[in-house]
Design a protein around this ligand. Structure first.
Ligand SMILES: Cc1ncc(COP(=O)(O)O)c(C=O)c1O
Length: 276
């Protein structure tokens, strides 16, 4: 089954889906995105993802397209056409195609692309052993709570992590405040309690993060969302990072320092089990 795309109202093969070089996403990274994965074939936490999408759109003064209300049906049709056991749905909306100029003519027609691809498989060996991370200087803009496609700092820092043989880079401000990973939120465990950086300008309100916060009491865990500092994270018993595509990945080493006993811990395993 070929990967498929939905571009401005039409399903096509992914290879046939083309956008203009005048698209403001291409020229200015002027756009937003969402990633939704299916679980047992159905979009998981879709309403939460769409609410965040609406919030990102409002944050950029991007109008929602007229067909926005039909998106759940369009997504259902895309899933059926793609026919994968589990699908990763990527949705990108830019301010549209127009001659390059910084200010924005009104009215405008946003350009929407959805793609339907197999949900990437997370290597069970990586989950079992845990992964390493580095911390990096917070060089991103101050609106990281919007899911925009302005991801250059994230891309550069993820590559820096990979170049150092690590899985993730975790943004840390000058004053030592821990924000998030390049594509994931951060949790750590101390004396059985889960801590995660509180929401603010410098982190994305992760749908997976919120799901864990909501579900934690049912599995006997307390979560504290607060300002978190680097020394606390490095001294934690366990650290893990969370995202829609990976769920919960244990981080067993940060900046070459082992976390706890350097192995994925029991609380991380308990949280990961929420997704099974
Ligand atoms: C910067 C950033 N933070 C956090 C997350 C996790 O968000 P979610 O759980 O909604 O996938 C992502 C996911 O792509 C991200 O890009």
């Amino acid at each position: 089954m070929p990967d498929i795309a939905w571009l401005n109202g039409e399903f096509t093969s992914l290879a046939a889906a083309k956008v203009s070089i005048n698209d403001r996403g291409y020229v200015f990274a002027d756009g937003i995105y969402e990633v939704i994965c299916t679980r047992e074939g159905r979009p998981f936490l879709m309403e939460a993802h769409l609410r965040r999408f609406e919030n990102s759109a409002a944050g950029l003064n991007l109008p929602l397209p007229d067909n926005y209300r039909d998106w759940p049906d369009i997504i259902a049709a895309g899933l059926e056409k793609a026919g994968y056991p589990e699908t990763m749905i990527y949705i990108q909306m830019t301010r549209g195609v127009m001659p390059r100029r910084h200010d924005v003519p009104h009215p405008l027609t946003p350009q929407v692309v959805m793609t339907f691809r197999p949900k990437p498989r997370v290597d069970p060996a990586a989950l079992a052993s845990g992964q390493a991370a580095i911390t990096v200087e917070e060089i991103r803009w101050s609106h990281c709570f919007l899911k925009t496609i302005a991801l250059l700092p994230n891309v550069l820092m993820k590559q820096q992590a990979r170049d150092q043989g690590c899985y993730e880079a975790i943004f840390v401000a000058d004053d030592g405040e821990v924000h998030e990973g390049t594509a994931a939120n951060v949790f750590f465990v101390r004396d059985g309690i889960l801590y995660t950086p509180e929401l603010g300008n410098y982190l994305l309100p992760g749908i997976t993060r919120q799901y864990i916060i909501d579900q934690a009491p049912a599995i006997g865990l307390q979560v504290v969302s607060k300002r978190c500092l680097l020394p606390e994270m490095l001294a934690a018993d366990e650290v893990f990072v969370t995202s829609t595509t990976v769920d919960a990945m244990p981080i067993v080493k940060i900046d070459n320092q082992p976390i706890g006993d350097g192995k994925p811990g029991p609380v991380t395993r308990k949280v990961a089990a929420l997704f099974q």
